[in-house]
Structure formats: structure tokens, C-alpha cells
Design a protein around this ligand. Structure first.
Ligand SMILES: *Cc1c(COP(=O)(O)O)cnc(C)c1O
Length: 433
């Protein structure tokens, strides 16, 4: 499979090059040059396949012969080393829990898959090291750190704003050691992000082979298709068309879901649920794409005002708004509505959402409100509620048992390098070569 740059369709690269470089030289996102089609037989009999078999079938056509079959099967199996339970919350309303991985955020799947692909691609180039450079406001850093821990040929450098991530998140970033380095930045998340962008453009850092590990990278974006197949498999028996609501920030996850539908998965409709950062819901109303400043909310992993992956969604529909509008509905919800939903679901349904999942739940309920039992609905639960214990406990006054993954990381020792300027970052990258 070849991938082209959305800024210049004649610039085409292999899966390997797209995964290693992350973004095209012209700063365009990569997009597959053709949309593979799964055989109807596979969808018809999906209940006979394991999760890893499904994932292999889904991802293999996007990789072609660039990774041998046995190795790709191994990569997929290692990626999916945890469960994705589907929990019935109300009649026709299900939560697909994507947070049972090592850092308890759904980003674990993409990070684990990407790290193993890069490891395969760099294995024969013993002298060539890749450096993954990421800025994090919380969840991405932990998932990337855990996903790449101990992977040969790859160094990971994570920038995070000092004092602005939660204790759990800081521990997840700073205690692993080995090939993971945390840089504690005196500044905000935007400062971290700016430094990362500057480093990617810095000619003097050319020999460092920098790449990114956010959902712009196809190797992190595409494996998110798996979730939608798992939901379909689990609910096929119910016999009703499926709608899926996705709490969305950078729109990578929902874009993967829409790709899953394009390759043959029967999903009736998608709902992109956002917090107050409502660029896409406004776009769906007005067809005008006008990002505003980013607003801080309780569902902070979705505090994105200019979602990178939305251009990929437009591309999936040939930039035809009418076609997109048939398959996607988008709603925005306030923090007040989110907390009220969290409370209601907890007391009436005895199910505890995290703030991101609660936004997804709200989107699903709003869409289904006038549909009279025609559909089975699924919302994606993207993070474990314990990661948001502060906001949840404050509002619900409940104790959340601490899972093992979190307990073990809390005992680790924090190791960081403090930096306070771009020169600090650059100096570190040059010296670490
Ligand atoms: C990243 C994240 C999201 C948003 O996913 P996108 O693919 O960026 O839309 C939602 N919930 C949680 C918990 C996240 O970490």
C-alpha cells in the first residue's frame, strides 16, 4: 500500500516511510492511495474469529508485503494483550471499554502497534536510531512511553508542562527509564508543543531522525479500526443496525471508525461527541470550518480546537459534504452536562463513566432520542475513571479502587531533565545522539 500526502497527492511513499517520518515533507498528513475491501464472508462469520485474527485481516491490506505475515500476526497479538469488554449500560446502550491496557487510556493500542512496526523497520539498521519526540498534556505521553519501553533502535523523548499533569500521569512518564526520557518543561502544554514543532523544522537536528507518535502517524491511527470490529462482533447477535458514538478531540479515533466502515464494516451511523471545543459540530451545522482558541474542560484529552484528523475525514468522503452529513452527526456538550450525565449513569445504571466516556454517552443518547429502539448504540469509554479521580470524587463522593497498573507506577522514582527553553531541548537532543 502506498500513502499520499493530503497536501500533494503525487507525493507517495511506502507504509514504512510514512510510519517512520510521521508526516510528509510538505507537512501533509498521509492517506492510503486506495481503500481495501474485506470479503463479505469474513464480516458474515466474524464471530468465528478471535480479536487478533480480526485485527490481522483488517490491517494487513494497509501494509501489503512490507511486513511478513507471521511477523504482522505477532505484532497484532502483542498489541492486543488486554481485553475490550462491552458492558450493557441501559437497554440498547453499551459501553465499549478501551481502557484496560497498560496506561489505562485507549491510546495504548495505537502506541503499542506503532512501536512494534518501527522496531521491525529499524531492526536491520543497527546504527540508525529513531527519536520519537512528543509533547503531552497528559495521556499521550504515558501511552507512548509504555508502548515504546525497551524497543531497540528507538529513543523516546517526552516534553510535559511542569505541575500541569496529574500525579498518575507524571509517574507514568517519568519512572520508566531505559529508552524513555522525560523533559520537565517550565511552561505550558502549548510551550511544549511549540518546542516540538520547532525541533522538527530545525535543520541542525536533521541527523537526529526525529519522528512523532501522535495520531497523525498512520501506524498509530489505523489500528484504531479494530475497536469498531470488536463492537460489531459482540453485538451482531442483537440483529439491529449499530450506531457508534466517539468522544472526539483530534478526531483520529472516529476517523479510524469511518475508515472501518469504508472497508466493509456495517455501521449505520457515527456520532462525534465533543466538549466545549466545538469546531466540528459547528462545521456540520454551517459548513464553515472556523477553529477558535482552545477551551479547558474536564475531558481534557479532547481539548483540541483544530483537530488534525478532520482533513482525513473529509478526504474519506471525497470532500463532499452531503455524503459526510449522511454518515456523521456531531454534538458538543458542556462540563455541566458531562457531570450531570456521569452522575445519572452512576446512580441510575450503576455504571461509572470517565468524563470523556460521559461525553460519548451524551452524544449517543441525543442521537437515539427520537429513534424508538431502531438501533443498538455503543459509546467508546476511552479512559479509566480513576485517572480523573479528582473531578469525579469531588462530584460524586465515591471511592474508586486503584487498579494494579496505576499502583505499580506510583511506587516508581521520578527521573527528569528540567528544561526551560528551546535551546535546552536542542542541546539535549544533540548530546543524546
Ligand atoms: C485522546 C483521547 C480522546 C480523543 O481521541 P481523538 O482520537 O484525539 O479524537 C478521547 N478520550 C481520551 C481519554 C483520550 O485520551
Amino acid at each position: 500500500m502506498k500513502y499520499y500526502s493530503l497536501n500533494n497527492p503525487s507525493h507517495k511513499v511506502s507504509f514504512k516511510e510514512a510510519a517512520i517520518t510521521g508526516i510528509a515533507p510538505d507537512k501533509g498528513l498521509y492517506f492510503p492511495e486506495s481503500i481495501p475491501q474485506l470479503d463479505a464472508d469474513f464480516i458474515e462469520n466474524i464471530e468465528n474469529y478471535t480479536g487478533a485474527e480480526i485485527a490481522y485481516k483488517v490491517i494487513a491490506p494497509f501494509i501489503g508485503d512490507e511486513i511478513p505475515e507471521d511477523r504482522l500476526r505477532q505484532i497484532v497479538e502483542e498489541t492486543l494483550s488486554f481485553n475490550f469488554p462491552l458492558v450493557e449500560v441501559e437497554e440498547d446502550v453499551y459501553a465499549l471499554e478501551l481502557f484496560h491496557g497498560p496506561t489505562m487510556a485507549f491510546k495504548d493500542v495505537g502506541a503499542r502497534f506503532m512501536s512494534r512496526c518501527l522496531n521491525y523497520f529499524t531492526k536491520d539498521e543497527a546504527d540508525k536510531k529513531i527519536t520519537i519526540l512528543v509533547a503531552t498534556s497528559g495521556d499521550t505521553g504515558g501511552a507512548v512511553a509504555s508502548g515504546f519501553l525497551g524497543v531497540e533502535g528507538i529513543n523516546v523523548v517526552i516534553l510535559y508542562p511542569s505541575g500541569k499533569v496529574s500525579d498518575v500521569q507524571e509517574k507514568q512518564l517519568t519512572t520508566l527509564g531505559q529508552n524513555i526520557t522525560a523533559l520537565e518543561v517550565e511552561g505550558t502544554f502549548d510551550d511544549c508543543q511549540d518546542m516540538v514543532k520547532k525541533a522538527f523544522l530545525d535543520e541542525e537536528l536533521k541527523d537526529v531522525s526525529l519522528t512523532s507518535a501522535n495520531s497523525i502517524n498512520i501506524a498509530r491511527w489505523l489500528p484504531q479500526m479494530f475497536y469498531y470490529f470488536f463492537a460489531y462482533k459482540a453485538l451482531k447477535k442483537a440483529g439491529k443496525p449499530l450506531v457508534v458514538a466517539v468522544p472526539s478531540g483530534n478526531f483520529g479515533n472516529i476517523c479510524a471508525g469511518m475508515m472501518a466502515k469504508k472497508i466493509g464494516l456495517p455501521i449505520a451511523h457515527f456520532i462525534a461527541a465533543t466538549n466545549a471545543n466545538d469546531t466540528v459540530p459547528r462545521y456540520m451545522d454551517t459548513q464553515e470550518y472556523t477553529p477558535k482558541g482552545t477551551i479547558e474542560t474536564l475531558s481534557n484529552a479532547m481539548d483540541v480546537s483544530n483537530p488534525s484528523n478532520f482533513v482525513r475525514i473529509l478526504e474519506l468522503f471525497g470532500k463532499q459534504f452531503g455524503k459526510l452529513d449522511e454518515e456523521l452527526t456531531s454534538y458538543s456538550f458542556t462540563d455541566k452536562e458531562t457531570i450531570a450525565a456521569l452522575q445519572k449513569v452512576y446512580t441510575e445504571d450503576e455504571y461509572l463513566c470517565d468524563p470523556h466516556g460521559a461525553v460519548g454517552y451524551l452524544g449517543l443518547k441525543k442521537y437515539l432520542a427520537d429513534k424508538h429502539g431502531e438501533y443498538t448504540g455503543v459509546f467508546l469509554e476511552t479512559a479509566h475513571p480513576v485517572k480523573f479521580a479528582d473531578s469525579i470524587i469531588k462530584n460524586l463522593a465515591i471511592e474508586i479502587p486503584i487498579p494494579e497498573q496505576i499502583k505499580s507506577v506510583m511506587n516508581g522514582e521520578k527521573k527528569v531533565i528540567a528544561i526551560n527553553s528551546y535551546e535546552g531541548l536542542k542541546g539535549y537532543l544533540l548530546s543524546a545522539q
